[in-house]
Design a protein around this ligand. Structure first.
Ligand code: EPU
Length: 338
């Protein structure tokens, strides 16, 4: 399909919250050359640009007065294969879990813990998606982009991407300046597994090292048991990041809550699950308008019944205030407000 353009277009099916907001213009493209053509056009007209994947980490706060772009660049190709390392290149519009499925099927290790995360390859590299002890930065080798202002290609080596916890250079100093067109991954042909996460530990007791497919199946089962299916209940996955707090604050809290779950980052910092903080505030199931705190995982806000952007924002503010008032800890959205 060539470039497609739609005007005054509902983004309901392009954000996993299922919010009925509109974009002045919505354009999809299949190739890098088409993207360059579109960028020239929208830059000449000085239009606002927003590039989205499948909208699984976005909160549209209102209609978008500008051009929303979506990549249909879909390919998965081998760059090189040895007995140890598999180098694979994938287009930005490939559905992330299709990529994980293809790799697991070939028994290439590296992305099986990241199975079933909603989204597309390009957005995964921007957001540094993570789950069950693995972050995508660990398998990224290069990120291929186009600079919006000039239409010039630029390849970022993984070291240049400034990856952090759900963070990258594309969300900070270079925000809104580059569009990811493809990602080059380095996977392992031999088992390199991470089974540290609670329910995945069971796989350690298997007589043989689990295959990538077995780990993928286990991850999918965990996700299905805890997280809402976007097609049935709108959400954007974890709404907040897990806060990293000073060790002293943590020690003080532990005096009152000796069961407080935590992850020591270093001598001076401790990460606390935001889900636990929110649950302690008694907010599981809390509703505001059509939005609600998900019962099974309170780090998730769901669109329970025709939620508006305002309902979700109000509920998020209420959660942040409750956690701050009770624990003196600030929690910040993982979801991008647009
Ligand atoms: N917890 C509670 N009550 C609950 C649920 C959880 O107290 O109802 C506590 C428990 O102590 C539990 C801890 O929170 O051990 C952690 O919960 P969970 O393992 O579900 O993970 P999370 O920290 O809430 C993060 C990611 C998820 C990822 C999981 C698994 C962030 C913001 N979220 O959630 O990623 O799937 O770990 O690795 O880091 C996403 O980014 O959208 C996402 C879903």
């Amino acid at each position: 399909m060539p470039i497609t353009r739609r005007y005054n277009y509902s983004l309901r099916s392009h954000n996993t919250f299922g919010l009925d907001v509109k974009a002045s213009q919505f354009i999809t493209y299949d190739t890098v050359d088409e993207l360059i053509t579109i960028l020239k056009e929208v830059c000449d007209k000085h239009q606002h640009i927003l590039h989205i994947g499948c909208g699984s980490n976005l909160l549209f706060t209102k209609d978008f007065d500008g051009t929303v772009l979506h990549s249909n660049i879909k390919f998965i190709e081998y760059v090189s294969r040895s007995n140890q390392e598999i180098i694979v290149r994938a287009g930005s519009g490939v559905v992330w879990d299709d990529f994980c499925a293809a790799m697991a099927q070939q028994n290439h290790y590296g992305c099986e813990n990241l199975s079933y995360i909603p989204g597309e390859v390009g957005a995964a590299a921007v957001q540094n998606i993570g789950a069950y002890g693995v972050e995508v930065e660990t398998i990224i080798k290069e990120v291929e982009t186009i600079e919006i202002a000039t239409g010039q290609p630029r390849v970022f080596q993984v070291e240049e991407c400034e990856y952090g916890y759900r963070d990258s250079i594309f969300k900070n100093s270079l925000k809104g300046q580059y569009i990811v067109t493809a990602v080059v991954f380095s996977l392992s042909a031999t088992p390199v597994v991470n089974l540290d996460y609670g329910q995945l530990k069971d796989l350690r007791s298997l007589a043989q090292m689990p295959t990538a497919q077995e780990i993928r199946d286990a991850v999918i089962a965990i996700r299905k048991s805890k997280l809402p299916e976007p097609s049935q209940l709108g959400s954007a996955g974890s709404f907040f990041k897990n806060p990293v707090v000073p060790a002293e604050l943590f020690r003080n809290l532990a005096l009152s809550y000796n069961e407080i779950p935590h992850f020591v980052i270093n001598e001076s910092e401790v990460k606390i699950p935001a889900a636990w903080l929110i649950e302690q505030c008694g907010l599981k199931g809390k509703c505001y308008g059509g939005a609600a705190v998900y019962e099974k995982q309170p780090l998730i806000i769901v669109n329970k019944c025709h939620a508006t952007p305002a309902h979700i924002m109000q509920l998020a503010s209420l959660i942040q205030k409750s956690v701050r008032d009770k624990f003196n800890i600030n929690i910040y959205p993982e979801v991008n407000y647009i």
